[in-house]
Design a protein around this ligand. Structure first.
Ligand code: ZN
Length: 123
C-alpha cells in the first residue's frame, strides 16, 4: 500500500483511470520514483494518464498488454523542449528503465516484462 502522506508532489487521484471507472492500481515504486524525479526536476509534472482499465485502454488505442493497465506506467505532459529535457533527465536518474518520447508527452513505465532499458522516440 502506498502511504500517500509520504508522497510530496502527487495526489492519488492524478493516477486514477480517466474513464470514470475509479480504477487505481498504480504501483508503489512507480509513485515513489516519480515523486523523487519530480523533486529533482523541480518543475511540475502533469500526469496525462496513469492507470487504465481494459476498456479505457482499448478506447484510447493502447496496446493490449499496456503497462498502464498494470499500474506501471504514466504519461507526463511536455509543453516544451526544455521541460522534456528536465523530466527525461530526472526519470533516467531515478531509474526508470523504459522511456518513450512523444511530441507532447513522455510515457515512462517500469513493466520489466517488456524490453529494457530503452529510450525510444515515437513517431
Ligand atoms: Zn476505466
Amino acid at each position: 500500500m502506498i502511504d500517500w502522506l509520504m508522497v510530496e508532489h502527487f495526489k492519488k487521484e492524478e493516477f486514477t483511470c480517466k474513464c470514470g471507472c475509479g480504477l487505481n492500481n498504480i504501483n508503489d515504486d512507480v509513485v515513489y520514483m516519480l515523486d523523487t524525479a519530480r523533486q529533482w526536476a523541480n518543475i511540475p509534472f502533469k500526469i496525462n494518464c496513469g492507470c487504465r482499465c481494459k476498456k479505457h485502454n482499448k478506447d484510447v488505442g493502447g496496446v493490449t498488454d499496456s503497462a498502464h493497465t498494470k499500474g506501471l506506467a504514466v504519461d507526463i505532459s511536455t509543453p516544451s523542449d526544455s521541460v522534456r529535457f528536465s523530466i527525461v533527465s530526472a526519470l533516467l536518474k531515478v531509474g526508470f528503465k523504459r522511456v518513450l518520447l512523444y511530441d507532447t508527452f513522455i510515457h515512462c513505465d517500469m513493466d520489466l516484462s517488456k524490453p529494457n532499458p530503452i529510450l525510444i522516440i515515437m513517431k
